[in-house]
Design a protein around this ligand. Structure first.
Ligand SMILES: [Zn+2]
Length: 61
């Protein structure tokens, strides 16, 4: 074993920069305190529940 493996397996995203648009009303949902993927969430604006795909991509904007 060596310590020369420089592969990064974890990245950090500031919670305030993670935005998901509600599929029902298109309201932007922010302030995720954990990775929202693979879970259901209630829209703050319309109260409807939607699921975030476990395979959802993080789009750098
Ligand atoms: Zn909504």
């Amino acid at each position: 074993m060596s310590n020369s493996d420089s592969t990064v397996s974890v990245f950090k995203a500031k919670a305030s920069a993670l935005v998901i648009e509600c599929p029902a009303c298109n309201a932007e949902q922010e302030n995720w305190i954990k990775d929202p993927r693979g879970d259901e969430h209630e829209c703050d604006a319309c109260g409807k529940t939607y699921r975030v795909s476990i395979a959802a991509q993080i789009e750098i904007i």
